[in-house]
Design a protein around this ligand. Structure first.
Ligand SMILES: Cc1ncc(COP(=O)(O)O)c(C=O)c1O
Length: 459
C-alpha cells in the first residue's frame, strides 16, 4: 500500500469553533463542585467505574442536544450518555409523560393490570416486522440479552451460542460470556457454550471493503464454528446490528443474511441486539438489522428506547414466547408504569419530529465532512457508520494501522475544551464515537466538523 498524499491543512488561524446558539437558559447550579463529587466517588463509589477526561466533567443540566456542566459551560452532547439520549435531553413530551405518571401511580408490577404496559407493548410491536409481536420488559440491555439467550436455549433445547469477537452485550454473568473484549471480561467462568466468530470488520478484517463476497466469506466462519466447535446444533446467534462499543463496526452487505441461514440450518434462532442501533438511529431504517435485510427471531433493545430511563425490552415471536410461558417470567420493575409512559412518549417523538429522517440527513452530512477531513489528517485511518452512529478510527500509520490510542484521548480532550463531548470505542480505545441525540441540527453537525478539524490540526 502506498503512503497517501494528504491535502494541505485548512486555512491556518481560523477562529475557534463556536457552539450554535440556544434559547435555553440553565438554572444556576449551587450543588457540590466536580472536585467535591470526585472526592465522594473516590471514597464511597465502586473503584471499577471509569471516568472520561483528565479533569472529569460533571454535566448538571441538559436540554435536547446540549448539556451544561457545574461551571455553566455548555457542550454539544456528541455521545448522548453513551447512545442513550435518543430524542433529546429532558425532551418536554417525555418529561411531561413521566411527570403525569409519577403523580398518579409510580409502581404496580405485572401481577396487576396497567394500561401503560399493554399500550406500550402494542405500540412497540407495531414497529416490528414479521411475526415479532410479543414484548418482555426489563431494566437494562444486559438483562434483555440475558433473557434472549435464555429464550434461545429454552426454545431450541440446544445450548451452544455463536457470538462475535469485538461484541459488547452487557456485564452480567450471561452477557459477559457473549461479550468479546478482554476489557470487559473478568477472569471467572463465564463463556460456557459461547463461541466467538471473527468480527466482520471491513477495515481490519481479512476481506477488503471492496470485496462483494465479503459478507458471505465472514459468514463462513460462523458455519465453521458450528461444524467444528459444537455438536452441529446450536441454540442461536447473537450480534449487534452495528457493533457500537467495539468501535462502530458496520458489517458488509449480506453478512447477517448468510449467517442467519447457517444458524437456522443448525436449529438455532437469531438474536439482534438493537441496544445502540435501534430506534431510527441508522437513518435509513428504524432497526439496524433492517439495513442487513434480515428479520431476527428475537430482538433486544435498551438505551435509546427510554431516552435515559431504565427501560429495556425483548421482542420475539408468539411461538418462542409460548415456550417461556412454561415457567413464570417475573421482573419487579420491568414494564413499570412510569418507564412505559416514557417509552411510549419516545416513540411518539421519533415519529412526530421525524428524527429518523434527521439522523439520516445529519449523519450523511457529518460522514461526508469526515471523509474530507480524512484527506487532510493522516491520523484518520477510517470513517464509518450509518446515520448518527459514526466512528472515526485513528491510526499512527495508515499502512500498519497501528492504533493511535493516546492521540484519540488527546482529540477527546481538545474537543471537550471546544465544547464537544465524544465517545471512544474499540479494543484499543482508538475509535472516536459520535452518537448524539437524534435532534441535532445542521449547525451542530458543522460545529462538530469544525471542532474535529481544529482538534486534529492541534495534534
Ligand atoms: C450493544 C449493547 N448491548 C447491551 C448493552 C448492555 O446494556 P446495559 O449497560 O444497559 O446493561 C450495551 C451497553 O453498552 C450495548 O452497547
Amino acid at each position: 500500500m502506498t503512503t497517501p498524499v494528504l491535502e494541505p491543512p485548512a486555512t491556518a488561524h481560523k477562529a475557534a469553533p463556536t457552539l450554535p446558539p440556544t434559547t435555553h437558559k440553565p438554572k444556576p447550579y449551587s450543588g457540590p463542585s466536580a472536585d467535591e463529587v470526585l472526592a465522594l466517588r473516590k471514597q464511597f463509589v465502586n473503584p471499577g467505574v471509569f471516568l472520561y477526561y483528565k479533569k472529569p466533567i460533571m454535566p448538571v443540566e441538559g436540554k435536547m442536544q446540549y448539556v451544561w456542566d457545574d461551571t455553566g459551560k455548555r457542550y454539544l452532547d456528541g455521545l448522548g450518555g453513551i447512545v442513550t439520549i435518543s430524542v433529546g435531553h429532558c425532551h418536554p413530551h417525555v418529561v411531561e409523560a413521566a411527570r403525569r405518571q409519577n403523580e398518579t401511580l409510580q409502581h404496580s408490577t405485572t401481577i396487576y393490570l396497567h394500561p401503560n404496559l399493554a399500550e406500550y407493548a402494542r405500540n412497540l410491536a407495531a414497529k416490528m416486522p414479521g411475526d415479532l409481536k410479543v414484548c418482555y420488559f426489563v431494566n437494562s440491555g444486559s438483562e434483555a440479552n440475558d433473557l434472549a439467550l435464555l429464550m434461545a436455549r429454552a426454545y431450541t433445547g440446544n445450548y451452544d451460542v455463536i457470538a462475535l469477537r469485538n461484541a459488547y452485550h452487557g456485564g452480567n454473568a450471561a452477557t459477559m460470556g457473549a461479550t468479546a473484549h478482554s476489557t470487559w471480561k473478568f477472569n471467572v467462568p463465564q463463556t460456557f457454550g459461547v463461541h466467538h466468530a471473527i468480527a466482520a470488520d471491513p477495515y481490519r478484517g481479512p476481506f477488503g471493503r471492496n470485496d462483494p463476497e465479503a459478507g458471505k466469506k465472514y459468514a463462513a466462519d460462523v458455519k465453521q464454528l458450528i461444524d467444528f466447535a459444537t455438536s452441529g446444533n446450536v441454540a442461536g446467534f447473537i450480534a449487534e446490528s452495528i457493533q457500537g462499543v467495539g468501535g462502530v463496526i458496520v458489517f458488509p452487505d449480506g453478512y447477517l443474511k448468510h449467517v442467519y441461514e447457517h444458524v437456522r440450518a443448525a436449529g438455532g434462532v437469531c438474536i439482534a441486539d438493537e441496544v445502540q442501533a435501534g430506534f431510527g438511529r441508522t437513518g435509513t431504517h428504524f432497526w439496524g438489522f433492517e439495513t442487513q435485510c434480515v428479520i431476527p427471531d428475537i430482538v433486544t433493545m435498551a438505551k435509546g428506547i427510554g431516552n435515559g430511563c431504565p427501560l429495556a425490552a425483548v421482542v420475539t415471536t408468539p411461538q418462542i414466547a409460548s415456550v417461556l410461558a412454561k415457567r413464570i417470567h417475573f421482573n419487579t420493575f420491568g414494564g413499570n408504569p412510569v418507564v412505559c409512559a416514557m417509552g411510549k412518549a419516545v416513540l411518539e417523538v421519533i415519529e412526530r419530529e421525524k428524527l429518523q429522517d434527521n439522523a439520516l440527513a445529519q449523519g450523511a452530512h457529518v460522514l461526508a465532512g469526515l471523509e474530507k477531513l480524512k484527506t487532510r489528517h493522516s491520523l484518520i485511518g477510517d470513517v464509518r457508520g450509518k446515520g448518527l452512529m459514526l466512528g472515526i478510527e485513528l491510526v499512527k500509520d495508515r499502512t500498519t494501522k497501528e492504533p493511535a490510542k493516546a492521540e484519540c484521548a488527546q482529540v477527546l480532550e481538545a474537543a471537550r475544551e471546544m465544547g464537544l463531548l465524544l465517545g471512544k470505542g474499540g479494543l484499543h480505545g482508538n475509535t472516536i464515537r459520535f452518537a448524539p441525540p437524534m435532534c441535532i441540527t445542521r449547525a451542530d453537525a458543522d460545529f462538530m466538523l469544525e471542532v474535529f478539524d481544529a482538534a486534529f490540526a492541534a495534534i
